[in-house]
Design a protein around this ligand. Structure first.
Ligand SMILES: Cc1cc2nc3c(=O)[nH]c(=O)nc-3n(C[C@H](O)[C@H](O)[C@H](O)COP(=O)(O)O)c2cc1C
Length: 225
């Protein structure tokens, strides 16, 4: 199965333009678009094909406000880690969780570690592979949103039990992420944490080793030879 040059470029375009977005317009997302996004997520790989995900679609202002409260509570609690570095603490406290209220749709994607029973093929050695599978679904959703002209923001700071209480999620199900999705007038061209000076993209060069840990590939060497 081959991709045409145009199709290949489209895949890379989605990968490179996808951004974590925090500011949304209130315009609703058409139902058929939401279904395409969910189908894209549902076609992610998963360990032993266990498909451990569920998608809780949150659209009411009341529930969105409660989720924003849970994230805000956690954000303020975590800010203590930066109390010796006031500029970082200011930055951290300035992180906008308004996106959770602004976006017309927030999806709580969950992981059910019991799905598939106690012997999911390939999950015995690394139990976290269920969560990794959910992360693959999230990335599919993110790339599909980008291709649809939509923005998505991933919120992971909250106490899981707060989110379980708000969305009536059973205790054995893990609420992995809150994903706010909507249209935006402010689609960043680089990671927001990069433009705000919080962190920089590392150079790929320093992250690649040849055959053994710590061994830099020789310049100009063909990794396949
Ligand atoms: C596992 C995970 C958790 C994240 N949690 C949050 C979060 O709680 N709040 C937030 O503002 N961004 C969160 N992000 C988004 C990252 O900050 C963002 O992906 C990173 O800064 C790179 O920017 P980019 O996605 O635009 O390339 C999360 C991303 C991942 C992969």
């Amino acid at each position: 199965m081959f991709f045409s040059e145009e199709e290949k470029n489209a895949v890379y375009k989605a990968i490179y333009t996808r951004r974590d977005v925090r500011t949304f317009r209130p315009d609703p997302i058409a139902d058929d678009v939401v279904i395409r996004l969910l189908e894209a997520a549902h076609h992610a790989p998963s360990v032993g094909f266990m498909q451990p995900w569920n998608f809780v679609l949150v659209t009411t202002d009341e529930l969105k406000a409660k989720l924003a409260w849970a994230a805000d509570k956690e954000r303020r609690a975590l800010a203590i880690h930066y109390e010796n570095d006031p500029s970082r603490q200011d930055h951290f406290l300035g992180l906008k969780i308004e996106g959770l209220k602004q976006a017309p749709l927030t999806i709580c994607i969950t992981c059910d570690p019991t799905r598939g029973g106690s012997h999911v093929l390939g999950r015995n050695s690394i139990p976290e592979t269920d969560m990794m599978s959910v992360a693959c679904a999230i990335q599919n959703l993110w790339l599909a949103s980008c291709a649809e002209g939509l923005a998505m923001g991933w919120v992971s700071f909250y106490k899981r039990n707060d989110v379980r209480d708000i969305l009536e999620i059973p205790p054995h199900i893990d609420p992995v992420a809150l994903l706010s999705i909507g249209y935006t007038d402010q689609y960043p061209s680089a990671p927001i944490l990069e433009t705000s000076g919080w962190a920089k993209r590392r150079s790929l060069e320093g992250l690649v080793f040849q055959e053994k840990w710590g061994v830099q590939p020789k310049e100009g060497s063909d990794p396949n030879s």
